[in-house]
Design a protein around this ligand. Sequence first.
Ligand SMILES: NC(=O)c1ccc[n+]([C@@H]2O[C@H](COP(=O)([O-])OP(=O)(O)OC[C@H]3O[C@@H](n4cnc5c(N)ncnc54)[C@H](OP(=O)(O)O)[C@@H]3O)[C@@H](O)[C@H]2O)c1
Length: 490
Amino acid sequence: MEIGSVKQFFKGKTILVTGATGILGKIFVEKILRVQPEVKKIYLLLRASNHYSAEERMYDEIIGKELFKVLKANLGGNFGSFISEKITAISGDVSEENLGIKEENLRKEMMEEIDIILNSAATTKFDERFDVAMRTNTMGAFHVLNFAKNCSNLKILVHVSTAYVCGESEGLILEEPLRMGQTLKEFSELDIEYEKKLIKEKLNELKAEYANEGIITSKMRSFGIERANEHGWPNTYVFTKAMGEMLVGHMKENLPVVILRPTIITSTYKEPFPGWVEGARIIESLTVAFGKGKLKCFLGDIEAVVDVIPADMVINAIMVAMVANSNKPCDMIYHVGSSVRNPLRYIKFTEYGRRYFTEKPWIDKNGNPIKIGTFKVLDSVDSFQRYIFIYYLLPLKVLKLVNAICCQRFQKLYLELNRKIQRGLGLVGLYKPYLFFKGVFDDINTEKLRMAAMQGEVEMDLFYFDPKMIDWDDYAMTINIPSTVKYIFK
Ligand SMILES: NC(=O)c1ccc[n+]([C@@H]2O[C@H](COP(=O)([O-])OP(=O)(O)OC[C@H]3O[C@@H](n4cnc5c(N)ncnc54)[C@H](OP(=O)(O)O)[C@@H]3O)[C@@H](O)[C@H]2O)c1
């Protein structure tokens, strides 16, 4: 595999990006504009009622972010005109055919011009409504593929999936495609059309019962988890992402398509500057709970590998993969993570948290530093259930009894505590598979890509994606935890 200059590859190209208001999409847009200002055009497909609102979202939620400060500084007064010249925000929605782009002329123009597509749009909520997740993660992938097929000059489509389409697999997880209809359970087959039919029926049933929007949402969320579990996936997100991959793999024909599966994305390692992050996900949520002294127990295998990868490395891998696979029918799958080449364990992660917040405690709203207490490690579901029973369910039962004796005087307190416990248990249920995860992600394809990039003309100082270069201690203490404190602690 010969890989030429990445900067050169993007020169004069027209790119369509979906999911650009998300963390990954934004970093991609910033990187292209900064390293190759001679890119021809970037179309951003944004959910909005019209193109004006799409443009507004582009400025508010993408270009206006601190992420763009380096580019802004580089361009000075020309920043505004550069952005208007290079970026076109269009209103659309991946869950619709033709990506919801209503104007025929615009669609035609895009289909003639586009060279590259990055599909990063997704709903990333683990317990999203089944209908919403199916429309976005499964049918969205299909609609982007169909759009790509109509692009006469298309060189490459990169579909961003997730490494966790493997469910709760153990051991070395290979960069293998998911077969259409495959499930994670023995003797079960998956039919995407049947799942869509079930969704339709469920919605009709709820409508017939005059269920309100709140009830519909709650029922459709549970339904997603139920269907995911039925086929062996732990949640609706990874189940619908897996079905999206199946459709892309099965329907791609001769199109050059790459499926890239990142693991858990964390704050940037180096570019545009170290430590940019947005939104609290699994790792940031743990850091916040830790720093605020709310982590009373850690449910999970403390020795398990937590596969995290900085967002800029994922984007670099995407860009190099685009160059390497363009213009040839391919269906490459790349895992982009750290668990094989530079594993980090939860135990280290908690040590970093303890060290950081002991040195620099978070100050509570009364101006007092929060002390990091000890937290209990619950390394099995049994010990977790015992803990929950003693510290939460038992006091709740006592409160219920007292409340009944005292003529419901403590009803509000009881309901509030009950709500918190149920919510906590729900979250634990969703995160549990990742806290006890026993797999590591093989990345032979990604390693081959890295080798070819190093031997070719790739500017490796700009397009680094080797997890071995990360010193976890330094990354956690000087980049990741400070950035979580800066952008995510409230
Ligand atoms: N973050 C991670 O740790 C991680 C790990 C592995 C894989 N991934 C994958 O990486 C990709 C990007 O993730 P992310 O973390 O950047 O996601 P994110 O921050 O949750 O953003 C999701 C993006 O998708 C857009 N989107 C959702 N539904 C859409 C629709 N129907 N039509 C058009 N756009 C839609 C959202 O737009 P709105 O602003 O309109 O909602 C947003 O721009 C996803 O495919 C995800 O599955 C992420």
